[in-house]
Design a protein around this ligand. Structure first.
Ligand code: GLN
Length: 343
């Protein structure tokens, strides 16, 4: 199943070596960072590969030329190129923050024990992946993760609250804190996905049947669908990424959004499964924990150095934004963002 789109990532240099300084972005001037972003924007702006997701009808209507890049450094400075104002739906990137919220509320073990922190090797909405691990429930931690749909819907079901509203307030509150502003749901996307999410409903019901979800799978699927419809632009996503890059503290607002000791667990799951079954390839080329969404966004985290995000709707066969992967890899490798370089 090789295609041109599928193999684009292969063109990126492996484990990019910092071309600017050995000390990471702290020692780099803002002008250098800006230049790097501008270069990636110019390079990939005309790249016509991939295709908008269309299994959620509203996503097919988003302008495929939308392209925005943002980087947030330790001092809370935001560097941008392109369109960083137009909002797209956050989609699966929300899975990171709902998982983080559960970890913050109930500890690192909660997610590991109920859902697991292993790659499934399957597509994000695979039902076979559920069948593959079901016998492990009750005998040990299942081999799944909270960044594919079954695990994500289960993670949403774990957020505590007596009513759906109470749970939602926590979910949106955590996203708001990470982004540093009040976000809202894109109602057209929410409606479009609610009308067409029978597959996720099946996943929710199956997760209840196998005991991952304890009750009310319908509420979990609805809240999951709503969290996926939160509107974000590239700037919001970069600030959210930077909150994870700097020990859970939003460097723009200064708010400690989550306990610093719990952030590495979140990043580990992102590294393992953030780009679905292409996560290994992504890590091989960039070393960065990242997360994509079918709305066209990708966030990536260079711990202690920067948070980066790109929005560009056309996706490759694995469901990851083509321009976002290319731009983030180039920028991060040029800025020395790969943690495995040891510098
Ligand atoms: N809401 C989407 C879904 O469940 C999210 C998928 C994604 O971004 N990969 O299908």
């Amino acid at each position: 199943m090789k295609s041109t789109t599928r193999s684009l990532l292969g063109a990126i240099a492996v484990a990019g070596v910092a071309t600017l300084t050995a000390g990471g972005t702290a020692a780099q001037s803002g002008a250098d960072v800006q230049k790097t972003i501008d270069a990636a924007y110019a390079k990939y702006r005309g790249l016509q590969e991939g295709k908008n997701a269309d299994y959620i009808p509203a996503l097919a209507k988003v302008d495929p030329n939308l392209f925005g890049i943002a980087v947030v450094t330790a001092d809370g400075k935001v560097y941008t190129a392109g369109d960083v104002k137009t909002e797209v739906s956050i989609q699966s990137i929300s899975k990171v923050f709902t998982m983080a919220q559960v970890i913050e509320e109930q500890g690192l073990e909660s997610i590991e024990q109920r859902i697991g922190v292993d790659a499934t090797g399957a597509r994000f909405n695979s039902i076979i992946a559920i069948e593959g691990v079901r016998t492990v429930v009750g005998t040990g931690a299942p081999e799944m993760n909270a960044l594919v749909n079954p695990g994500a819907i289960s993670a949403t079901s774990m957020v505590s609250g007596a009513t759906s509203d109470e749970v939602w307030k926590k979910i949106i509150g955590f996203h708001n804190d990470a982004a540093g502003r009040n976000l809202s749901v894109l109602q057209d996307v929410y409606k479009s996905e609610s009308d067409t999410n029978q597959r996720n409903q099946a996943i929710g019901a199956l997760m209840l049947a196998y005991g991952y979800i304890k009750s009310n799978w319908q509420q979990a699927v609805d809240l999951y669908t709503r969290q996926c419809s939160i509107g974000v632009n590239a700037r919001d996503l970069a600030v959210m990424a930077s909150t994870l890059a700097f020990g859970g503290k939003n460097p723009v607002t200064g708010k400690q959004v989550m306990n610093a000791a719990r952030v590495p667990g979140v990043l580990a799951v992102m590294a393992t499964a953030g780009l679905y079954d292409d996560s290994g390839k992504w890590l091989y080329h960039t070393g960065l924990p990242a997360k994509s969404g079918v709305g066209g966004g990708i966030i990536a985290v260079s711990p202690g150095k920067f948070g980066i995000a790109v929005v560009s709707p056309p996706l490759d066969d694995a469901g990851n934004s083509v321009r976002a992967q290319r731009a983030i890899a180039d920028i991060s490798n040029a800025l020395g963002g790969n943690p495995y370089t040891g510098r």
